[in-house]
Design a protein around this ligand. Structure first.
Ligand SMILES: [Zn+2]
Length: 82
């Protein structure tokens, strides 16, 4: 059992430390995980979207900060999942 210390938080209690009890990858490249919260015992699932190419000009890097033009990016993403 793996422990995820980054998140996402438990939707019931907000605990940031959750246990990943199972991971699988869909044919499209999405990662699906079953998680257990050690604090309240809640079980939940997460989906991590497959890595995609960001359209040119959507992502801007400044030193250690990254800015995403979400309006443009969401339109691109909507085309991919439609
Ligand atoms: Zn919890």
């Amino acid at each position: 059992m793996a422990v995820n210390r980054i998140g996402p938080p438990c939707p019931e209690c907000g605990c940031l430390v959750t246990d990943v009890t199972r991971t699988n990858r869909t044919a499209e490249g999405h990662f699906c995980r079953r998680r257990d919260c050690p604090s309240c015992g809640h079980h939940f699932q997460t989906v991590q979207h497959a890595e995609i190419v960001a359209p040119t000009g959507t992502v801007t890097w400044r030193y250690r900060t990254v800015h995403i033009k979400w309006a443009h990016f969401r339109k691109h993403l909507a085309k991919l999942v439609a």
